[in-house]
Design a protein around this ligand. Structure first.
Ligand SMILES: C[S@@+](CC[C@H](N)C(=O)[O-])C[C@H]1O[C@@H](n2cnc3c(N)ncnc32)[C@H](O)[C@@H]1O
Length: 323
């Protein structure tokens, strides 16, 4: 491991200003630490969010509590979903888009020591302090990924970005960022959540959460229902050999089989944090008062811990090749 290399937005883009401030670009060489004490957060409802450098606000916080959620999310996804699904070979340059705490990027860099992994996020606060030699971190906007790091990539990885503001533009820029023959791989979970018995769940708190969070996010310019559109977006974007895998994971202790029950209990913890992380900004857009949001979150905990509403998360992964 080496000390981190984090630099801020240095690239050209064809859509004008990404909105990223020129905070610190004093990197002198590869793997030089350029971490500064830059304040890139604002405080709302006892949570910290990245400061709004870009138009459209990112929904989730970037505080330590969120970083713990991202790390636990990585552990669950890593065990259940593997490091990658695209058929990769001879990798040189890899880009992880919306890297968060960078757990995937670092695991990938260790698994592929001959590849150079660039990990990008709008939020500086969540980035790790130590990275493998072949992994460096950049602060930049995912919607302008062409030209990030001033190179083209063999493989783009995007996992649970939850920040698609202009998906068509995103896939066009992803195309430009890839070398011919390169792969893009995207994982998102489906919203609304799925229910074993949708009729029974129709008036559930989880359903209320899903509907209002999706609509509130959309008011902020973010599409949380992107999972069902990715295949079409890839096809329309000119990608080939599009493949998809779907995993359905239980939320809560409701499954009968021991293994599924254990997974459900793990996801119950994860989802209680996730429901809270997603709730505040979108529900504010829906004109909910803080007390109403608190009340919804408290009721949701009871619902998830009960065995009545059998909810699942569907994780969808797509991979495709640039011809
Ligand atoms: C839910 S986290 C997922 C982190 C990581 N991919 C993982 O799977 O653990 C989403 C991350 O994407 C980042 N993000 C969202 N929109 C972005 C954008 N437009 N450009 C760059 N990063 C973005 C957020 O700051 C956040 O750290």
């Amino acid at each position: 491991m080496t000390e981190e290399a984090i630099v801020h937005g240095q690239r050209g883009d064809d859509d004008g200003d990404s909105g990223i401030g020129d905070i610190d670009s004093s990197s002198e060489s590869d793997n030089t630490s350029v971490r500064s004490e830059t304040k890139d957060y604002v405080e709302e409802n006892g949570r910290l969010y990245h400061a709004d450098w870009i138009d459209g606000k990112y929904l989730l916080p970037n505080d330590e509590r969120e970083q713990r959620r991202l790390d636990s999310q990585h552990d669950v996804l890593f065990e259940g979903n593997s490091l990658h699904k695209a058929p990769l070979q001879g990798l040189l340059n890899v880009l992880d888009v919306g890297t968060g705490t960078g757990r995937w990027a670092m695991a990938f860099a260790e698994a592929y020591p001959d590849a150079m992994v660039t990990a990008v996020d709008i939020s500086f606060n969540v980035m790790p302090k130590w990275t493998p030699e072949n992994c460096n971190f950049l602060v930049d906007d995912a919607e302008h990924i062409q030209g990030i790091g001033n190179k083209e990539y063999d493989y783009l990885h995007v996992r649970l970005l939850h920040g698609f503001r202009n998906p068509t533009r995103f896939f066009r820029h992803a195309w430009e960022a890839l070398l011919p023959g390169g792969y893009i791989e995207i994982t998102e979970f489906e919203l609304p959540l799925q229910f074993h018995d949708p009729e029974k769940a129709r008036d559930s708190i989880l359903m209320t959460w899903s509907a209002n969070v999706i609509e509130g996010a959309s008011k902020l310019g973010i599409d949380l229902t992107i999972a069902e559109k990715i295949s079409t977006l890839l096809k329309d974007g000119g990608f080939e050999d599009i493949e998809e895998s779907i995993s359905a994971w239980p939320i809560g202790a409701w499954p009968k089989k021991k293994e599924r029950k254990e997974l459900g209990v793990r996801l119950q913890e994860y989802w209680m944090e996730t429901l809270a992380a997603f709730a505040w900004r979108p529900l504010r857009e829906m004109d909910w008062h803080n007390e109403e949001t608190q009340c919804l979150l408290a009721k949701m905990r009871t619902e998830i811990c009960g065995q009545n509403i059998r909810a699942s998360m569907h994780v969808r992964t797509f991979w495709a090749r640039k011809p």
